[in-house]
Design a protein around this ligand. Structure first.
Ligand code: AMP
Ligand code: MG
Length: 334
């Protein structure tokens, strides 16, 4: 998921940088980070903030903590217990984890059913086969896929809040929080800034955008939604506050024999979801937006509309053929 891959980084950079339309005159302070969540993270502030560097340092520390806790690909540094550790202990013993990791998993479990079970953090065994496929360019073996799907039962994830432990009852089960980690971490940053009374910041973590207060007094942030071709913006959304998150099939995918396979997998089939090129969510919180964008990428539009309504979320669906549709109140401007 976030093993540093140069190509992925460059493509992500191209995707992320055109997201914002500059507003004439105002001084723009910004910082880019390249070493978290296998993506590019940008922090922007147009307000004159003498503390900008210090605020960015705190933002970075918070994001880095979640990056380390959620990493499933690399063994953690000494003193850190991560999802890598939890996965390695599947079927062996409950693992004492950082309270932040337990809370993240509880959040996912609590939301999954309301999102049609289209996103499941216990789907790691299947997701890792598709991850390897993207690295090797070879489709997963059908038998291996069928077997992996039998090791994804959400009931085999045991979260013990009192003991502070996580246990995977099934030895072959693996957790993967790629659908939520960035958005969850960014929302915790937003909470931190609100607590500190800091506003006028915007964070973009690889397509997970969160505005904390308006750009300047009375001025909204203008967030471009990139066209699936990546060539130009499809349109833009203006927000004073809140989250805009896009899940797209266009920068992390597998291509075999001219057919492209997205990195978002439909749990009802074990195969990549292929209805849409992208799904963009506008909702107050970034953690919900991140889960919703992945879930709605999987769900048929009508089901997605029902889910979105429950969360008071606005949605833009871009179908694989380029046609688009959106919820009634989405202030999306072409
Ligand atoms: P996002 O870019 O936020 O839509 O998340 C995509 C990532 O979520 C993938 O790279 C996988 O790690 C993970 N993922 C894909 N499909 C699913 C699924 N159905 N349930 C849970 N996680 C998924
Ligand atoms: Mg997501």
């Amino acid at each position: 998921m976030w093993r540093g891959r140069w190509l992925c980084f460059v493509l992500t950079l191209l995707l992320v940088l055109p997201l914002f339309v500059a507003c004439g005159g105002a001084a723009r302070q910004s910082k880019l980070y390249f070493d978290l969540f296998d993506t590019v993270i940008e922090v922007i502030c147009y307000r004159e903030d003498p503390d900008f560097d210090a605020v960015c340092a705190r933002i970075y520390q918070t994001l880095k903590a979640y990056h380390e806790l959620c990493d499933i690909y690399t063994a953690p540094r000494e003193g850190v217990v991560s999802l890598y550790t939890v996965n390695a202990s599947a079927g062996v013993a409950p693992v004492q984890v950082d309270a932040r990791l337990l809370t993240l998993l509880q959040f996912c479990v609590a939301q999954q059913a309301s999102m049609g079970n289209a996103v499941q953090v216990t789907y790691g065994a299947v997701l890792s086969l598709w991850h390897t496929a993207r690295e090797t360019g070879v489709l997963p073996d059908a038998e291996a896929l069928a077997d992996a799907r039998t090791h994804t039962d959400p009931n085999d994830l045991v979260l013990d809040a009192e003991a502070g432990t996580v246990f995977l009852r099934d030895p072959a089960m693996r957790l993967d929080v790629g659908a939520i980690a960035k958005g969850y971490a960014v929302e915790r940053v937003a909470e931190m800034l609100v607590d500190e009374g800091v506003d006028g910041y915007l964070i973009n973590a690889g397509g997970n955008v969160r505005a904390i207060g308006p750009k300047q007094a009375g001025t909204p942030w203008r967030v471009d939604v990139t066209a699936p071709s990546g060539a130009s913006a499809l349109g833009r959304v203006e927000i004073m506050e809140g989250a805009i998150v896009t899940s797209g099939a266009y920068y992390r995918f597998l291509e075999v024999d001219g057919k492209t396979y997205s990195h978002i997998i439909d749990p009802t089939t074990g195969m990549p979801a292929e209805r849409y090129a992208s799904v963009t969510i506008s909702v107050a919180q970034n953690d919900l937006a991140d889960l919703l964008s992945t879930a709605l990428f999987v769900l048929p539009e009508q089901e997605g509309r029902r889910v979105a309504e429950q969360y008071d979320a606005q949605v833009l669906w871009v179908y694989a053929d380029g046609s688009t549709t959106e919820t009634d109140d989405f202030s999306f401007k072409r």
